[in-house]
Ligand binder design. Structure first.
Ligand SMILES: [Zn+2]
Length: 94
């Protein structure tokens, strides 16, 4: 077996994107891995769950802190939420 790739979402298998948390957030200053796949089961089910449970139009995406390996939900209020903070991956050519 090959080593498990931590940057792949455990819910949908998509490659997660590096995401920079806002300064006022509780996630610290280090970039996090977040699944921005709109077809991700975790994210899709989140909309239903939040509507059923809290009657709110919200969901969450899978998030992983690469420093601590701690993962959890990143709350979102729309499909576009948080996308402006995605860190473009740099080419590793240097
Ligand atoms: Zn996913």
């Amino acid at each position: 077996m090959e080593n498990e790739d931590k940057t792949l979402c455990p819910h949908c298998g998509a490659k997660m994107k590096l995401w920079k948390p806002p300064l006022e957030s509780s996630w610290g200053i280090n970039s996090q891995y977040v699944c921005f796949n709109d077809e991700c089961s975790y994210y899709v089910k989140g909309w239903v769950r939040m509507k059923d449970k809290y009657n709110q139009k919200a969901s969450y995406r899978h998030r992983l802190n690469p420093e601590t390996n701690e993962s959890g939900p990143l709350p979102v209020w729309s499909a576009m939420a948080h996308r402006d903070r995605i860190v473009e991956e740099r080419e590793e050519t240097e």
